[in-house]
Structure formats: C-alpha cells, structure tokens
Design a protein around this ligand. Sequence first.
Ligand code: ZN
Length: 239
Amino acid sequence: MHTSALVLFSGGQDSTTCLAQALAKYRRVETIGFDYRQRHHVELQARLRVLSEIRRQFPQWAEKLGQDHLLDLAVLGEVSDTSLTRDTAFKMEQNGLPNTFVPGRNLLFLTLAAAVAYRRDLQVLVTGVCETDFSGYPDCRDDTMKAMQLALSLGMDKRFLIDTPLMWIDKTDTWAMAHMLGETSGVVQGGDALVQLIIEHTHTCYLGDREHRHAWGYGCGTCPACLLRARGYEGFLQP
Ligand code: ZN
C-alpha cells in the first residue's frame, strides 16, 4: 500500500489542508515548495510558519512530518509574464483565465516533485489542485493529473500516485475538511485548532496583503482569492 507522500505545499489554505490530509493518511510525509520570485515573499514565509505551527500544535502529525524541500525556480520568471512575478495588476484575460496563470506551471511543479519523490522514495504526490473553483486552470484539471501520473510513472519507471483531495470540492468544504481532519489529529478540539491555524498563518491573497485581518484571515478582501476564501468561510460557519 501507499504509505509515504510528498505534498506540494505553498503555505496557502488549500495546500495546508492537503498537508493535514496527508498527515492523517500516510505514515511518512515530506513537503516541497517552489520559489519562483513571487512578487510577494509572503507565501514563502507563510509556508515556514505553517510547518512550525503544525509541528508545535499537532504532536502526532509532527512525528510523521519529515524534510521540507524548497526549490529555486527563478527561471519561471523568465518564461512567464504574469501578475504573480511582475508588477502588473491582477485581471481576467479574454480567454477567461486570470493573468496569474503561468502556462504549464503545475506540470513543471509535478515533474520536479516526482524527481524529489523518486530520490526520497516517496510514493504519492499530493496536490491541492481543484476543478471546482473559478479559475479553470487547465493544468489543474483531473484529466491533466491522470495524464501526469501516467507520464511520470512511465518516464521514471516508478509507480507514482497523484492524490488530489480537493479536486471536486469547493472552498466551504475545504474549510470543513480541515476541521474534520483536525478532529482526528489526536489533539483535543483539534478541528478548531487547525481552522484557527489556517486563518492565522496561511496566505492566499494575490496582492500579498498581511495588514488587513478578517474573520477568515489576512488579505486585501477584494481579489478573487480573498473573495473565494471569504465566501467559503461564510458557508462553513452557516452550513
Ligand atoms: Zn486579496
């Protein structure tokens, strides 16, 4: 059976929920992140804070949580021109994709993650990609993930599984999933603890805003990522 996993971990709400799910499900878990010169290093700081808070607050998970890998992907800035890496404002493009879209970014991330997983002998790649949200990024679709799983398994001659716990759920259910996972963590009132950890320490705002604190966490409150997170949290509080 699959017992070890590498979680693609950005420090956002989604990948933190995926990390919790992996810690509940697998025996050995490592994390990987990518520094592609995001306009805001807020994300990279968030991922370190989330890892240390999980270690501090969830002792049973801490035992399973191994090495964190951070890869330098400055090259992504050379091949893309998006609001995540340049000083252009966030907007929706005519093709219906946000201009934060870096073509094929997740394909690159998964390939590099698989190379690290191969070396570390980890069997499952866990990623928070999702078809349900507004974005419709083509490299987050279920078919793309299935094709990548096959390509990576064939190309590295090692059987990989790509685990996508959030693929078919919305943000309200992502909050609920985090609460449920926290409840099974062995910590008293772990559900509330994990939800609070996500509110306080994860980061999703496209503008990198850490000044404005809302009930659902920090962010500008108006970018699409903030709106999704806020609406999801409202739904979670009033099901
Ligand atoms: Zn925002």
